[in-house]
Design a binder for this molecule. Structure first.
Ligand SMILES: [Ca+2]
Ligand SMILES: [Ca+2]
Ligand SMILES: [Zn+2]
Ligand SMILES: [Zn+2]
Length: 266
């Protein structure tokens, strides 16, 4: 009888301890990426977005490198810097975002186009939005960069152009960055270069897109962000800027976006 009492006592202590509580994902997390939740690989994320280089899990300084990577991610994302992947940190890692790196050490920071007219072509369309509306959404976004770059943006229907815009899914060769299905990565782009892909933008058509009405990710917002990369900008940790890697539907440029683009094209 005494044994049973002791067992019950220990059991109640264990279940009351917060360490043993089952943490259920918050509704925001589920909303961000349904079905994606169990797939979060923190190391892969840190590596993919430039916070951590390839490092052997068995190496002596692995823990230190990983902790520092988490700290720099938290700093970039405006989270409390703890070096630990708490729930809040995981939640931000699960948010839909741009596929480009946040920390780029290997890229020249001043690559830009030396043209007065930027030509673009919408090579493939999404099924979610009418072609005309997609063209309007793209034009509306690109026009916003005309001031800071002092360039004109002109759509071509055929022939060569600098910015090719494609809606594609999963593997889409010759691009070597496959998309990941719904949520996760929404789009990626290619910075200015002499390569044929330079300036191009790819959008993951496994996402639900919209323009103005309906539900889904606003095309204008994503084009405005990706074209920032196509024109030479990298990610910006400052909130309220279109070059922040997490999409929030913003369809205008922030003060820092304008300043950075003006500085680049000055
Ligand atoms: Ca995706
Ligand atoms: Ca191109
Ligand atoms: Zn981006
Ligand atoms: Zn691609």
């Amino acid at each position: 009888m005494l044994t049973l009492f002791v067992v019950l006592l220990i059991w109640s202590a264990v279940t009351a301890n917060p360490i043993f509580q089952v943490v259920t994902p918050s509704s925001a997390e589920q909303k961000a990426t349904p079905g994606y939740l169990d797939d979060l690989n923190v190391d892969d994320y840190l590596h993919r977005y430039g916070y951590m280089n390839d490092v052997n899990e068995l190496s002596d300084d692995y823990d230190e490198i990983r902790t520092n990577a988490i700290r720099s991610f938290q700093e970039f994302a405006g989270l409390e810097v703890t070096g630990v992947t708490d729930e809040e940190t995981r939640e931000v890692m699960l948010k839909p975002r741009c596929g480009m790196k946040d920390i780029e050490i290997d890229r020249p920071t001043n690559s830009k186009w030396n043209v007065s007219t930027m030509t673009y072509k919408i090579k493939t369309y999404t099924k979610d939005v009418k072609k005309r509306a997609t063209r309007r959404a793209v034009a509306a976004a690109l026009t916003l960069w005309e001031g800071p770059t002092k360039m004109k943006f002109k759509r071509v229907k055929s022939g060569s152009c600098i910015m090719e815009i494609l809606f594609v899914t999963k593997k889409h060769p010759p691009c070597d960055r496959p998309f990941d299905g719904p949520y996760g990565v929404l789009a990626h782009a290619f910075p200015p270069s002499t390569k044929i892909t330079g300036g191009d933008m790819h959008f993951d058509d496994d996402e639900k897109f919209k323009h103005k009405k309906g539900s889904g990710f606003e095309i204008s917002s994503i084009v405005l962000h990706e074209s920032g990369h196509s024109l030479g900008l990298s990610h910006d940790k400052t909130k309220g800027q279109i070059m922040n890697p997490w999409f929030n539907g913003q369809t205008h440029l922030g003060a820092n976006d304008i300043k950075r683009m003006k500085d680049l094209y000055a």
